[in-house]
Ligand binder design. Sequence first.
Ligand SMILES: [Ca+2]
Length: 266
Amino acid sequence: MRKLAVGLTLFLAACATGIVSSTDDGTGGTTTTGTTTTTGTTTTTGTTTTTGTTTTTGTTTTTGTTTSTTTTGTTTSTTTTGTTTSTTTSTSTTTSTTTSGCVVTDILQDGGFEAGAGSGNWIESSTNFGTPLCDSTCLSPGALFGPYAGAWFFWAGGIAGAYEDASVSQMVHIGVGTATLEFRFAIPSCDGYGWDAFEAAIDGTQIFFADDLDPSCGVNTYALKSFDVSQWANGGNHTVAFHGITDSLIAATNFLVDSARLVACP
Ligand SMILES: [Ca+2]
């Protein structure tokens, strides 16, 4: 029995799009099938065919000729050359041709931690447990929390009476353009003394911070956290990390992360 059975569940991502599946359509473009969620700035080159449900929020910059066909739902979109701002929620078939930019994708390896502890996708560290990655074998009987999706999740803290420092980190190559870091986050229980803290960071720069006095303490539901990290989209290698420290007081704080994504140009 590894950690206190108190609270529970959470998700993370990047730049612009959650593409379920993509293939080269032979025209220099991309064919996408499934559910796509786009946040931020997207620039597309080539011919793109999309089938499924597309939700777009933010600014889309299109250069060239764009042709859109909507079959079901309501679409507010596009035009020709210049800058287009649109908010679209629809079920549609869209064909577009553009001429510049890059196709964004999730470049994080195993952001949902489903490869399990010791997979090599993440550098894992935990003072008391060897790894902060957990599945059901970490949970006490009757635990009220667990992963946001799948079986595995990141768990910092969860121990009373001992100092715990838990982290995972991963180096990624981020192309030139834009990038967005997203994840699911929850703090199902807090000891409330203000000493326990969690951060998400890139190259040591804090992107997100929460402590055991956070308003979401005790909330047993994962919240989506999303951050524009385009300042690191410069064609270089960068380290993404999740890190939590908890003190040795008698109550335990639990910081949970799951379903992380870094959406950027490859
Ligand atoms: Ca997971």
